[in-house]
Design a protein around this ligand. Structure first.
Ligand code: AVI
Length: 332
């Protein structure tokens, strides 16, 4: 690392609230989920190294329009975002991922001559966090980078940021859709406290649309999403000494119109018993494990959500095909 890079790139901040024993927390969460009716597993289990790579492939699938639609909007609106947010912002990215979208924002701030006071990527994956922090520090040598390794769905404390810097939270990717509505509201309230009274949230949201488009986006012809879903069982076999036979669980994805969410499940193709961390888990034929919900918003439900968290919609941008929104939210 060069001297100038090490001056701007701060050591990763660890979340002081994080469990000191992540392994046993996972163990308890998995067994608890598998004892429920219906059986559930938490979607964060998707993202081991293989799952993260499968997700990257999903974002390139013809059926999975979300990533392309959001990129189209961020490309078109990055200048508007930089103009609205103004000078000396601290940009806090929830789930930093590959860092492509934030690069578009940082370029827009630079072209408007709005220096950025700090970039704070938050991610649970240490590897991904290190990659994005190093890349941004190298590409934007004047911006201090403060990576935070944390599960941002839980309460977290941020490193000290430059005083008087306006806090701009960036939560792209429609990940808000993976929270159930009450959890989404609680999460956004925490973001609201983090950005404070002059703060901003730039939020990526997938729009409610026809069931066929949504169904295809989560059950692609090449079977990549099915593999992503089943990879969770592979992970449990490895990390919790489980004995799932992946061939005996099929991927199921459908739009639940009443709840306005795509549900993903793994359905047992036959009656069977599986062992997880020494516990016996029985499945009936056709019984499923509910692995993910992906809520889709219309204007009313989005308004209700953000208002309940103390934000108001200042701008709402969509793509040409009107599939996705990027919302610019001011603290109300
Ligand atoms: C990360 N998240 C927003 C994705 C989604 O669309 O809900 C995860 C995903 N699940 C299946 N395909 C993609």
């Amino acid at each position: 690392m060069t001297a100038s890079l090490s001056r701007q790139l701060h050591a990763p901040h660890e979340n002081p609230f994080a469990s000191t024993d992540a392994g046993s927390a996972l163990h308890a969460e998995v067994l608890n989920g598998l004892s429920m009716v219906p059986k559930t597993l938490p979607p964060k289990l998707f993202y081991d190294a293989a799952g993260a790579a499968l997700f990257e492939r999903i974002t390139e699938l013809p059926e999975y329009y979300l990533t392309r639609a959001e990129l189209e909007i961020v490309r078109a609106r990055a200048d508007d975002i930089a103009t609205l947010a103004g000078d000396r912002c601290a940009l806090i990215e929830y789930g930093s991922g590959a860092g492509i979208k934030v690069g578009l924002l940082l370029d827009a701030f630079a072209s408007r001559h709005h220096p950025v006071a700090a970039y704070v990527p938050l991610d649970i994956s240490r590897e991904q966090l290190a990659d994005v922090a190093l890349r941004i520090a190298a590409e934007y040598p004047t911006i201090p980078v403060h990576p935070v390794c944390a599960d941002y769905t839980a309460p977290l404390r941020l490193p000290d940021l430059p005083q008087r810097a306006r806090r701009v939270a960036f939560f792209p990717g429609s990940t808000i859709g993976n929270f159930h509505p009450t959890e989404a509201a609680a999460f956004l309230r925490r973001v609201r406290r983090t950005v404070a009274d002059d703060g901003v949230l730039v939020l990526g949201v997938d729009r409610r649309k026809d069931a066929a488009t949504l169904g295809a986006a989560y059950d692609d012809a090449a079977g990549v999403t099915a593999e992503f879903n089943r990879n969770m069982l592979r992970r449990l076999n490895r990390e919790l000494d489980a004995d799932f036979d992946l061939a005996r669980f099929r991927h199921l994805a459908f739009f639940n119109d009443t709840a306005s969410r795509v549900e993903m499940h793994l359905v047992s193709t036959e009656a069977q018993v599986v062992h997880v961390a020494g516990e016996r888990i029985a499945f009936n034929e056709g019984e499923s494990i509910w692995t993910e919900s992906s809520y889709k918003y219309d204007r009313d439900s989005l308004d209700t959500l953000v208002t309940s968290a103390g934000f108001r919609i200042t701008r709402l941008w969509t793509d040409a095909a009107e599939r996705f929104w990027v919302a610019y939210l001011d603290a109300a």
